[in-house]
Design a protein around this ligand. Structure first.
Ligand SMILES: *Cc1c(COP(=O)(O)O)cnc(C)c1O
Length: 423
């Protein structure tokens, strides 16, 4: 059973009509389902167990780093994959076990590394020699050893949108395979570094299993080679990237994904790490919005809504599709009209959908932008001096505001006038 479905003609999240929440908190707002997140986590973990794979699922916080989301997943058993000091602090604050935290990202600063070392995290995924040198220096100064994974760039085409593809030789991410041996040699002479793991992450929203298979096979073969050469590796990190259904994609099912992992793990004795982000939260959230005006242009109908690209940038940034669903269930035989669904921001890019067939919508009608749980609220800005969309978490028939809408005063007072202007 989906966490978002019509009951008695009203779109519900778990046991609550979204319209009731809209009346209480106002629009636009993000709404997440606890059940959908926990189900996604459990299905991921069950699929691995069924394929005989043992490992830790480190939720990639960047998909949705609300404290309540991190904690919901941590309670289900998840660790965290973080890419900044801020995310590391969020993970620790939410109670994630430091021994389940992986620190990824191409540009960790020494000050950020120090926070990770102090917390005693599981591993730093290192992507360049200068980064390895910096980590060694910080660890030496602190008198600790830094656990390192080399993030490999397997030169595999993830066949996803160019802006979220990370595993090709021309991408900024990872170490190309021929250079890894040199990294291993460097690591031997650098103090306070322990190379324990190899990692990949080839991109996001993958809808085809074959790039995973290729990347995992290359990773596993390199792992064997380095281990045979005497490098004491203990972990292998398969990254994230598993796609979800936004429209009519058919992402690999979990058993196929787990099968790709278990094939790569044949003959390997290693702990596994996974870094899913989108898969755990993407379909667990919606963005609820109100129609402000219906504007009939010369040959187009525009629905002008109160959510905009500052709330959910995915359509403008990645040409992404989100299903748009009226909260009030339309009649089964209602006729559909193609509409352009746009926000109020002064940019033509502030468009959520073009020529989308929708039932008759009037001003005041509420709509849900589906699959907005990942890379939604975390990418929001206050462009056009718009207030942030609050975030709501639902569990059964309860809901809580887990991030509130700030008021205009708070937003504007973030600016500080210099002395010469304030006088
Ligand atoms: C973004 C990212 C992830 C999560 O990707 P999803 O597509 O959301 O699963 C995992 N690992 C790393 C290193 C990332 O940068």
């Amino acid at each position: 059973m989906s966490a978002f479905e019509y009951r008695h003609g009203q779109l519900h999240v778990e046991d609550l009509p979204l319209e009731n929440i809209a009346q209480e908190v106002g629009t636009p707002f993000f709404c997440y389902s606890t059940q959908a997140m926990v189900n996604a986590y459990n299905s991921f973990s069950d699929a691995l167990a069924k394929a005989g794979v043992k490992g830790t699922i480190c939720y990639a916080l960047k998909a949705n780093s609300n404290q309540s989301v991190i904690q919901t997943l941590a309670k289900a058993g998840a660790g965290a994959d973080v890419v900044s000091e801020g995310e590391l602090r969020r993970a620790l604050e939410a109670g994630v076990d430091p021994k389940k935290i992986v620190f990824a990202g191409v540009g960790k600063k020494p000050s950020e590394m120090a926070v990770g070392l102090k917390a005693g995290i599981l591993q730093f995924n290192v992507e360049s020699l200068p980064e390895l040198e910096a980590l060694s220096a910080v660890a030496q100064k602190m008198g600790v050893t830094a656990p390192v994974a080399f993030r490999i760039n397997p030169d595999v085409d993830a066949k996803t949108h160019a802006k979220i593809s990370t595993g090709k030789a021309e991408n900024k991410f990872g170490i190309d395979i021929p250079s890894v041996r040199n990294f291993v040699e460097q690591a031997k002479v650098l103090p306070n570094i322990a190379v324990e793991s190899l990692a990949v992450h080839i991109g996001s929203q993958l809808t085809d299993a074959s790039p995973f298979k290729d990347a995992f096979a290359r990773l596993a073969s390199l792992y064997k080679e380095l281990q045979n050469a005497g490098l004491p590796l203990k972990r292998i990190d398969f990254g994230g990237g598993l796609g979800i259904q936004y429209k009519d994609e058919t992402p690999p099912d979990l058993s196929e994904y787990a099968q790709a992992v278990s094939e790569a793990m044949q003959g390997l004795d290693a702990e596994c790490i996974f870094e899913p982000g989108r898969f755990l939260v993407g379909n667990a959230g919606v963005l609820v919005t109100e129609t402000i005006y219906v504007k009939d242009g010369t040959n187009r109908r525009f629905l002008i809504i109160d959510a905009a690209m500052n709330d959910l940038i995915r359509p403008s940034l990645y040409d992404a599709w989100h299903d748009i669903t009226p909260l009030k269930q339309p009649d089964a035989n209602t006729s559909l009209t193609p509409c352009d669904i746009v926000g109020p921001i002064c940019e033509s890019g502030d468009t959520f959908a073009t020529q989308r067939p929708l039932p008759e919508i009037a001003a005041g009608d509420l709509l849900a932008m589906e699959s907005a749980g990942a890379y939604g609220a975390v990418m929001a800005s206050s462009y056009n001096t718009r207030l942030n969309a609050p975030e709501i978490l639902v569990k059964g028939d309860q809901y809580a505001i887990v991030r509130k809408r700030v008021d205009y005063d708070t937003l504007i007072k973030q600016d500080i006038l210099p002395e010469w202007l304030s006088k």
